[in-house]
Ligand binder design. Sequence first.
Ligand code: PLP
Length: 403
Amino acid sequence: MLKLNFHPSGRHFLQIPGPSPVPDRILRAMSLPTIDHRGPEFGALGLELLSKIQKIFKTDNPVIIYPASGTGAWEAALANTLSPGDKVLMFETGHFATLWHKMALRLDIQPEFLGLPGYEGWRHGVQADMIEARLKEDAGHELKAVCVVHNETSTGVTSDIAAVRKAIDAAGHPALLIVDTISGLASADYRHDEWGVDVTVSGSQKGLMLPPGISFNALSPKAIEVSKQAKLPKSFWAWDEILEANKNGYWPYTPSTNLLYGLNEALDMLLDEGMDNVLARHQRWAAGVRAAVEAWGLEIQCLDPSVYSPVLTGVVMPEGVDADAVRKIIYERFDLSLGMGLGKAKGKMFRIGHLGDCNDLTLIATLGGCEAGMKLSGVNLNGSGVTAALDYFAANPLNAGER
Ligand code: PLP
């Protein structure tokens, strides 16, 4: 039976691809007393947050913040832009793209699910040429939106969103571009305005290093215009009242005050470090982890190196090895949590998160836990991934000797 007050010595290694480890600085910021969400101090905080968050999405347009998990922000993006029966084009990249497609069906939208055949789609990114070809066929412009996942958390693939924008433009199609970067934001390069995204969906518990509980819709002027005619039922998710209240730094309902304290701290941390440095840090960690997987002689879930994720790496287990059994041993013996294989990938692979509040040594410890756990599970490894990653990190300092 689960002992609720059981606490193993030392720290837990939360290396799932979100929720990511929350820095102490953020935990402390969230422990401040809750204030009146209609008072002047809150309004000042709200205005500051709403302006700083734009820098993370790389947009000059409004960003909506919801007191909800990422799934809520998915629904908000669809409910604010579409009407019952509308057709949309979605692309199957993995479990999260599949869940979003399922949500669209439940919302009375007609989603078309494009993808590579079989399991191939779960090992590659969005194929922009397939989107372009499908949009060119749609001469009547029945497809109202193209919905894609930027960083597919179930597989470790980061799709090329600029290429999807180009494909829509090349087809001369007016569809909105709606992108889920729930696990990409603040860890992988993301540019809402430059890439011409109409709605970007994101969440708090990944690159922003916060606990779960808040999520985002970044908008475009076109999305705001379209939302005025969109007929899907919505009230809590409706952008109009939120945009109005946000003008003074408030929300139409009670926001998640303490999570917003945390967000403010996270934004300061990220912007002080500089987004280019944050992104380079994640790329470097990902390369170190991939060096380890290669040294083990195992396959990476993503088969296209041009779309390797800087956020997480999927490690494929050899035929006949149950990845969940390996994860269980690693969890029980080393107090290390790894992401499970989801949906079609269940039991075939595990996922190592390298996002948020990590450093070289937490990742080396993580790889140590993986390596020891796989050996205990009888997985044949070619060599030491830990040594390969250590060598990679030593040979590739982030900033001439700085961390
Ligand atoms: N989309 C992606 C890419 C995700 O990684 C997740 C969660 O991990 C979701 C959507 C769903 O978000 P949430 O679990 O916060 O509702």
